[in-house]
Design a protein around this ligand. Structure first.
Ligand code: TYD
Length: 214
């Protein structure tokens, strides 16, 4: 889907990897450089997507079946693609998305053991085949990440974070496997570094991408 005028960049990582901070910094600098940037997140980013998000992340919903969970993530994604991401790309804008289809592969696939092939097919359907030009993966030791997230008082402690440490470790190794399988699309960054150092690495790669893109 690179034929669209805009640039689609996604951010992935385990809990507490610092995605939102890095998205904010990248958003600021690209805007200063005169680009129109849309930042959004999954699950959510639309009215319907936010309603689905509340269903998904409510800690009371302990009975949710893994397939229901997958379909709800994909439903929120389909709405976000159609309502926000695709129109922005068609208009030539830069889209920064906090989590996308790779999150389902990492969490529902590697984490919960659902079949990767089925998840990939559902992802294709939900996104209409829209793949990011670049996926920035912020890699963090899951214990450190979960601790960071717990320390952020304003952050809600959601249902996904209540899973055992082993689940989050599978998610992290799943991400690393996905990155190794498609190195041209993934930028893997050690998220234990300072915010400024991480930002510099992201900006260098994105600048390069923009130069080649235009
Ligand atoms: P959120 O509070 O947005 O967490 P984060 O700041 O880490 O992005 O909650 C999103 C949670 O949903 C997070 O635990 C990851 C999980 N998730 C999936 O399991 N599958 C998915 O497809 C997506 C998009 C998110």
């Amino acid at each position: 889907m690179r034929e669209m005028a805009g640039l689609f960049i996604t951010f992935e990582g385990p809990e507490g990897s610092g995605k939102s901070t890095q998205i904010r910094l990248l958003h600021e600098i690209l805007t200063q450089r005169g680009l129109t940037v849309v930042a959004t997140r999954e699950p959510g980013g639309t009215r319907i997507g936010n309603a689905i998000r509340n269903l998904l992340l409510d800690p009371a919903h302990t009975e949710m079946s893994p397939r229901t969970e997958t379909l709800l993530f994909q439903a929120a994604r389909a709405q976000l693609v159609d309502e926000v991401i695709r129109p922005a790309l068609v208009a030539g804008q830069v889209v920064l998305c906090d989590r996308y289809a790779d999150s389902t592969l990492a969490y529902q696939g590697y984490g919960h053991g659902q079949t990767l092939g089925a998840l990939q097919q559902l992802g294709e359907y939900a996104t209409g085949g829209l793949t990011p030009a670049l996926t920035i993966y912020l890699d963090i030791d899951v214990r450190v990440g979960l601790e960071r997230k717990r320390a952020g008082a304003a952050e809600e402690w959601n249902r996904m974070e209540n899973h055992a440490l082993a689940f989050h470790q599978r998610v992290r190794s799943g991400y690393l496997a996905l990155a190794v399988a498609a190195p041209a699309r993934w930028l893997v960054i050690d998220a234990a570094q300072s915010v400024a150092a991480i930002h510099a690495q992201i900006l260098a790669r994105v600048t390069q991408l923009i130069e080649h893109h235009t």
